[in-house]
Every structure is written in structure tokens, then in C-alpha cells.
Design a protein around this ligand. Structure first.
Ligand code: NAD
Length: 330
């Protein structure tokens, strides 16, 4: 397993991270035995970064990750979140953030987390996030309950704007760098690198689109993106390689992404993903994938408050391709 340093934190993290949302039965019902095997298999394979949130399984994922890690918690890097508690339940106030970390620590059976992140900040008010939430996170860091702090979300310019005024240690971005989209490189990476902010990249399979099973019913991507993902999966099948393996390796090859988070709850997926990153990418296949994606490349969708989005997405889910190269609308 290869390790990279997360920004200026000094935390050395495995290039594949364990996304623990499936431990909260976000995708299907899991058993205690398979959750334990998945966590054991990950640690055995050298995966040392675990990402969770009170939102996943409405606290179940944190509880179960704490149980499965047990005494090995001190050997791994644990990241959790605060501010999002249900599909429509957000509270980024200093008061809530401050009680939230204590609840998370109890569930995770630890007295500190390595990274505490404000979860999906585009659902909050910019001024509150920069002026109240981040200062509260820094006070929690001073108390020793979190070693470092970060922010997560889908829109990227809001994360940059927040960090310009209220510095953070890490960004967690999802569905903005994988085989279907790479605008993370244009909208956030230059700022992150210039300021030594660690970048965590989630959803290499575009939340399931790049798998044989396809997108789950709730997936917010426009249809042309789902169809493009289907074409990529089919192309890879014809070439005899799993699309998920190509997709993961593509993300891991990015030198400035510290870790790529994959949702895991099955030991066979842990092993498949660890094997996947050992296979070099075939440049010819990559060219064919690019052609198969076509104009569905770099298409995202609205999330959170309209004013916090990167583009003027209107009321439609399909914003059109991001080919402007110019500055985003937000
Ligand atoms: P993903 O797109 O990589 O995975 C989606 C699905 O693929 C999951 O159902 C998973 O079970 C499945 N899968 C994993 N390995 C596979 C394999 N080898 N073959 C076939 N299917 C496979 O990632 P995701 O679940 O969207 O996100 C990963 C993690 O990133 C989450 O668990 C969470 O920790 C983090 N995340 C955070 C945010 C946020 O903070 N806003 C958003 C998205 C994701």
C-alpha cells in the first residue's frame, strides 16, 4: 500500500481510504460479521484512513466503525464529520458542533478524532460556516478532541471561498474527480496546493454509476451522465477489466489527491480494490473511455443552497458540460 501526506497535517494516509457510510446500511443491510471482516481486511491490506459521519445510517455507521476498530483505533486515522444529521437536517452552529463531537467520540469509542469536518457545507449559510463553524472547529482542535479540521461538499468554489477566509487543514470533495469528471483540478486543486490543504477525493465510482449494478435509484446525476457511465462499464467489460478497477486506479494516479475514499462493507470489495490499484492504466483504454463519455464529461448537479453552487444550475439537474475553462458562476 502506498501512503501520502495529507496537506500540512503530517498525517500519512493510505491512497485508498475506507468510506464507512455503507456500515450504516446506506446501500443494503449488512451483518456484524461482514462489517468486522471488511474492517479487518482493510487494516490487513494497509488501509489506514477511515471516513465516517453521524449522518451515515443516522449514527449507526459511527457506532459500528467504533465497534469494528476496537483497540486498533490508535493505529489508524479516523475522520468524522458534524453539521449534517439527516437528509434535511443541518445545524452548523457552534453550539451543535461542540456537542456533536462529544457524541461522535462516544460512538467511536475514542477520545479524539484525527480529522473533524463540517459535512456538506453548501447546505449552510456561507457567513455562518466561515464566521462561526470553522472557529468552533478550531476550538475543538485546541481542546484535543480533533487533531485537524476540514470541510466537505459537492460545490468546490464555496469550499475555496470559505478556506480563503477561515483556513482549514483538509478538503473532502466527491463526484468531482473520476472517469466522468475532473473539474476538481480546475476549481479547487490549485488553491489547495498553494495553501498546503490536503485533498481527500470521494466516490471514485461516481456513487455507483461506474459499477455493474449501476446507479442507485436516488442518484442525483442527470440521465446523460448515468448513460455515459453505463457505456464505460460496458466498454471495460468488453476489454475484460472491471470498470471499478480502472476507475479507482485513475483516481489514485492523481499525485495531489492524498487518499481516494471508496464505500466499503464487504471484504471481497476491499481485496478487489486493493488489487485494482496495482494494475497500471492502459492509455488506449483511457482514450476509448474519454470518447465513450463524450459530452457527458464534467457534468455535475445542484446541491444545497442555490447561491453556494459552482455554476448557475437553474432548476434543472443537467447543467451541461463544463467546457468553459473560465470562472464558475458562484
Ligand atoms: P463510490 O462511488 O466509490 O462507491 C459506490 C458504491 O460502489 C458503493 O455501494 C460500494 O459498495 C460499491 N463498491 C465499492 N467497491 C466496489 C467494487 N470493487 N466493485 C463493485 N462495487 C464496489 O463511493 P461512495 O460510496 O459514494 O463514497 C465513498 C465514501 O466517501 C463514503 O463512504 C463517505 O465516507 C465518503 N463521502 C463523503 C461525502 C461527503 O462528505 N459529502 C460524499 C460522498 C462520499
Amino acid at each position: 500500500m502506498e501512503y501520502r501526506t495529507l496537506g500540512k497535517t503530517g498525517l500519512s494516509v493510505s491512497v485508498i481510504g475506507f468510506g464507512a457510510s455503507p456500515l450504516g446500511d446506506e446501500f443494503r443491510t449488512t451483518t456484524a460479521a461482514e462489517r468486522q471482516s471488511a474492517v479487518d481486511a482493510a487494516i490487513d491490506a494497509g488501509i489506514n484512513f477511515f471516513d465516517v459521519s453521524p449522518y451515515y445510517g443516522r449514527t449507526l455507521a459511527e457506532q459500528r466503525l467504533g465497534e469494528a476498530l476496537g483497540a486498533r483505533r490508535s493505529r489508524v486515522v479516523v475522520a468524522t464529520k458534524c453539521g449534517r444529521y439527516d437528509v434535511e437536517s443541518f445545524d452548523f452552529s457552534a453550539k451543535r458542533i461542540t456537542t456533536s463531537i462529544d457524541e461522535s467520540l462516544r460512538r467511536l469509542r475514542t477520545d479524539y478524532v484525527d480529522l473533524l469536518q463540517a459535512h456538506d457545507i453548501e447546505f449552510g449559510d456561507y457567513n455562518q460556516i466561515a464566521g462561526e463553524t470553522i472557529p468552533a472547529l478550531r476550538r475543538i482542535q485546541e481542546s484535543g478532541k480533533a487533531r485537524f479540521i476540514g470541510i466537505t461538499g459537492l460545490p468546490l468554489t464555496m469550499m475555496r471561498r470559505v478556506a480563503e477566509n477561515a483556513p482549514v487543514d483538509a478538503f473532502l470533495s466527491y463526484c468531482r474527480y473520476n472517469l466522468l469528471i475532473t473539474d476538481l483540478d480546475r476549481l479547487l486543486m490549485p488553491f489547495a496546493q498553494a495553501n498546503g490543504i490536503g485533498v481527500i477525493n470521494a466516490s471514485p465510482l461516481h456513487m455507483g454509476i461506474l459499477t455493474e449494478r449501476g446507479a442507485p435509484a436516488w442518484h442525483p446525476a442527470p440521465d446523460n451522465v448515468k448513460q455515459a457511465g453505463g457505456r464505460v462499464v460496458e466498454l471495460c467489460r468488453r476489454r475484460g477489466v472491471p470498470a471499478g478497477a480502472v476507475a479507482l486506479r485513475f483516481c489514485v494516479e492523481h499525485p495531489h489527491i492524498a487518499t481516494t475514499l471508496v464505500g466499503l462493507s464487504r471484504p471481497d470489495h476491499v481485496q478487489a480494490n486493493v488489487r485494482a490499484i496495482e494494475q497500471p492504466l492502459d492509455p488506449e483504454l483511457l482514450r476509448e473511455i474519454e470518447a465513450a463519455v463524450g459530452p457527458a464529461a464534467n457534468v455535475t448537479w445542484p446541491s444545497g443552497r442555490p447561491e453556494n453552487n459552482d455554476y448557475d444550475l437553474g432548476s434543472q439537474a443537467a447543467p451541461g458540460p463544463d467546457t468553459s475553462g473560465g470562472s464558475p458562476g458562484a
